[in-house]
Design a protein around this ligand. Structure first.
Ligand code: FES
Ligand SMILES: [Fe+2]
Length: 416
């Protein structure tokens, strides 16, 4: 079965450019998105098809599949998918549906031995997705049946930095092209070596885009996050945004506070001056909010469950040089993030209620603080209207519109 047969999306008002006119204007004239983008079930369904079924969607952490045979089950673009490694250790991903009569093969993450058995009639597949057993099936005269034609439907899968991604579309560029220069920007951290240390999950009564937008802008910091504003000061924010499907900002330098919220743990070995003094805050399109600090990383993976319900899976990672970190040192940083996240959850749920109550007409965006939202809205508009484009960079280290001048420690490439 071809992946491309998965995408049959009816024409709709959102597929035409006029629907996105407020986002297509330059940032100085741009508007926020209409309320329907956050509350309308039809929009939500279409978004699953046009955005999540055509993008590189994060399904977890790279080290989730390190143990032999471990497999994960995720919902991507309305389809259940399974991801594991084959016996040679190569990543494999498939639709989570038996090729006999479609039964779901796995319900939850689990360990898979050499084969996976369908619970219904016991067809079996190996970890390359090949159909290897069909009990009693060929005994009674079936014709023209070749097991080779009935392997699991493969899906594109890739690891990138410390994350795992799948893509349901064969038209989408490779993941390295999708994230553009970000791989080089983050190269000094060697994030693929960092280890998951702690997980926590939240279910939030808000559309996934409100969570991403809230992460992308620091306009709300002084009022929503008085403590965060001490370590990530408004005047120390700079854009961190080159070519690629992401919106980014950096706090350079991060500051210390009396509680040691971000500096209770030692920094990773071998970082450049810029990486050792900065916090990188990157919204990967569509569903990851990535915070990279010198001594820890927080990955927030968004699963849209309903128009106004999102699961946020948080994982804290530590660098390999921190093979032992005292529990109370980690707890200081974790608890700080949980406080910040609680403040964000409260405000985005309130935003959702405001949008749902009716009567909102889109407002304007601040060029200084909310340009990443404009970039994000245009990525959405591209997916809906069928424009195949990875956005350019924006001269982020010398952007007068950004309000705070030139980044004192700009990114200058992997050798910096
Ligand atoms: S549906 Fe899976 S073996 Fe029949
Ligand atoms: Fe926030």
């Amino acid at each position: 079965m071809s992946l491309d047969t998965l995408h049959v999306v009816p024409e709709s008002q959102w597929a035409i450019e006029d629907a996105w006119i407020g986002s297509r204007r330059p940032i100085h004239e741009a508007h926020a998105l209409p309320a329907d983008c956050y509350i309308d079930p039809d929009f939500f369904f279409e978004e699953q098809e046009r955005v999540f079924a055509t993008s590189w969607v994060c399904v977890g952490l790279r080290d989730e599949l390190e143990a032999a045979g471990s497999g994960i089950v995720r919902n991507v673009g309305g389809r259940s998918v399974i991801v594991w490694r084959n016996t040679e250790g190569n990543l494999r991903a498939f639709l989570n549906a038996c090729r006999h009569r479609g039964t779901r093969l796995l319900e939850v993450d689990c360990t898979i031995n050499s084969t996976i058995h369908c619970p219904y009639h016991r067809w079996a597949y190996n970890r390359d997705g090949d159909l290897v057993a069909t009990p009693h099936f060929t005994e009674a005269g079936i014709e023209g049946f070749d097991p080779i034609d009935y392997g699991l439907t493969p899906i594109r899968v890739a690891s990138w930095q410390c994350l795992l991604f799948v893509c349901l579309s064969s038209d989408t560029p490779p993941v390295a092209e999708w994230f553009g220069d970000l791989d080089d920007r983050l190269a000094g951290y060697e994030l693929s070596e960092w280890r998951s240390h702690h997980n926590q999950t939240f279910e939030i009564r808000a559309n996934w885009k409100l969570l991403s937008e809230n992460f992308q802008e620091y306009y709300h910091l002084p009022w929503v996050h008085p403590e965060l504003s001490k370590v990530s000061r408004v005047q120390d924010h700079y854009r961190y945004q080159g070519v690629g499907m992401y919106c980014g900002q950096t706090t350079t330098p991060v500051s210390t506070d009396e509680r040691g919220d971000w500096d209770a743990m030692p920094p990773a070995n071998g970082l450049s001056d810029s990486d050792r003094t900065s916090g990188r805050f990157i919204a990967l399109f569509p569903n990851v909010l990535l915070s990279v600090l010198p001594n820890h990383v927080l990955v927030m993976r968004l699963d849209p469950l309903e128009p106004d319900l999102t699961r946020e899976s948080c994982t804290w990672l530590l660098p390999p040089s921190s093979d032992y970190v005292a529990d109370d040192a980690f707890a200081t940083t974790r608890d700080f993030w949980i406080d910040v996240n609680s403040q964000d959850i409260e405000i985005v749920e309130r935003g959702q209620r405001g949008l749902k109550s009716g009567g909102y007409t889109p407002g304007r965006l601040s060029p200084r603080f909310e340009e990443p939202l404009h970039r994000f809205h245009n990525m959405l508009a591209d997916r809906f209207t069928g424009v195949h484009r990875v956005p350019d960079g924006d001269d982020s280290d010398n952007q007068s519109l950004y309000g705070t001048g030139v980044n004192p420690l700009p990114w200058r490439g992997v050798d910096n």
